[in-house]
Design a protein around this ligand. Structure first.
Ligand SMILES: [Fe+2]
Length: 241
């Protein structure tokens, strides 16, 4: 990531592009052999972001959309972890962005149609930059599960979407974090497109009682491994990324 080198998608680890159980993948998947494109200078070099871009509440979803003195409704949690390279070293300076549904399972998005109510004090997105050890941390509320029009009765397990940026736009990886013990994980048609149980387990954050804040929030730990044998399963690792 930091040296600008690119890795090919591992087809034995990533879900197939065409997975009929995940309905939209049928139309979205390529019908012809892929074409490799050369990466341009602008894709490899910038634009870049700076630490001073981040606002004080960017890593606090409980408050970053709330009116003064108010906070989002739901179970308060800390999500923390490290962005790691293939050798287990922390990756400093990576922009980590996250977005999620509210406690009732509803997104603040104009195309959202689920009947669960919006929380006036919850926006649902935030960001952090990893520290010198690759660490990131944010506070949020536990998202709810939500139904989606795929099969007759399909539900997404509670999850948080993650994006990790390196030092250029072409170095972006996207994944989802799930919560330990959630039975809905194993029912999910999107999760089921992932061929390896080990890959699925890399997306499940364990509850970490040692990092809870007593009388405030529980903690979940989610390390993001960029590549190598223990790589996190990314949704978008295309050729050249
Ligand atoms: Fe989602």
């Amino acid at each position: 990531m930091s040296d600008g080198s690119y890795f090919q998608r591992d087809r034995g680890w990533h879900p197939p592009a065409y997975a009929p159980g995940y309905k939209t993948s049928v139309k979205r998947s390529p019908q012809a052999a892929l074409i490799s494109l050369n990466t341009t200078i602008s894709e490899m070099t910038g634009p870049v972001f700076g630490h001073n871009m981040l606002g004080e509440l960017d890593n606090d979803l409980v408050h970053n959309y709330a009116k003064p003195g108010e906070s989002a409704i739901g179970q308060r949690i800390i999500v923390y972890g490290r962005v790691l390279d293939e050798n287990g070293r922390g990756v400093p300076g990576a922009l980590v962005e996250f977005w999620q549904a509210n406690a009732g399972g509803r997104y603040r998005h104009k195309k959202e149609t689920y009947l669960a109510p919006l929380d006036p004090n919850f926006g649902g997105c935030g960001r952090a930059i990893t520290d010198e050890h690759g660490g990131y941390r944010f506070r949020t509320i536990q998202p709810g599960a939500y139904p989606w029009p795929n099969g007759v009765n399909d539900w997404r397990p509670a999850h948080i979407h993650f994006s990790v940026f390196g030092h250029a736009f072409a170095q972006r990886l996207i994944t989802q974090m799930y919560f330990e013990g959630d039975p809905m994980i194993w029912q999910c048609p999107i999760v089921k497109t992932i061929p390896s149980r080990e890959a699925i387990e890399s997306l499940i954050a364990p509850l970490d009682m040692n990092n809870t804040i007593p009388m405030d929030a529980r903690a979940y730990k989610f390390d993001i491994v960029l590549r190598g044998r223990r790589s996190t399963m990314f949704e978008n690792r295309k050729e050249g990324n």
